[in-house]
Design a protein around this ligand. Sequence first.
Ligand code: UDP
Length: 248
Amino acid sequence: MAERINIMGVPVDMVDYEEALARFKTFVEEDGVSLIVTPNSEIVVNAGKNEELMEAIKQAEMVIPDGIGLVYASKILGHPLRERVTGIDFLGRALAYLAETGKTAFLFGSKPGIAEKAAARMEQAYPGLKIVGTRNGYFKEEEEEGILREINEAAPDLLCVALGSPKQELFVLKYKDRLNAKAAIGIGGSLDVWSGDLKRAPEFYRKHGLEWLYRFIQEPSRYKRMAALPLFMLKVIFSNKSQVTAED
Ligand code: UDP
């Protein structure tokens, strides 16, 4: 099992892509559903304020460090993560594995029509992949049982939940014991990217950990969310300092 570090109370697995995929392969062979969460710094901060979200992350079988903020934080804390493992890139590798082995996925979330478009593009990108069901992510609580039934009848190996955080983590936690899937992962806005409705940051931004800058240029109204990264770094530094002082 991969080493876990603790970033402001949130467990994060020290996995790189290779190890994350190796663990995913074991999840799809095992009984029961394994939860995969992909926190970035914003989610770590939110988990500090939302007990249910924190619980969902703690119960997850794998916590992938999706965010340059977590990589910086791990360095500050003296346990450097090997690399940033983005949810969307990990998803691509997981889908490629499912395709190779004739396994299946279900896409749940995003606006009506998006999951179907994403499914068509995924099946094209990974020949052999079977998307066994789709469902948009806009529903009332009383519809949840019906959604659960749809997912369970399709019995996917991987359930992809694209409801944004914390909705996606809370949905999976709520139904963990009743889900007929081998693994479930929260994938945020990944279906919007797969469907072609949202552009991913170009290679340059991705390589340098500057997706936040690209998103800011595209959507300046997100500036409040952008401020989260420097604030997060300060919080990590101070939480680390207070830990060290407490131990001294
Ligand atoms: N979404 C959804 N149901 C909801 C709220 C959001 O399916 O009730 C979808 C939304 O359409 C988008 C995805 O969740 O595809 C992620 O949203 P956002 O970009 O806000 O989340 P983030 O990835 O930034 O956490």
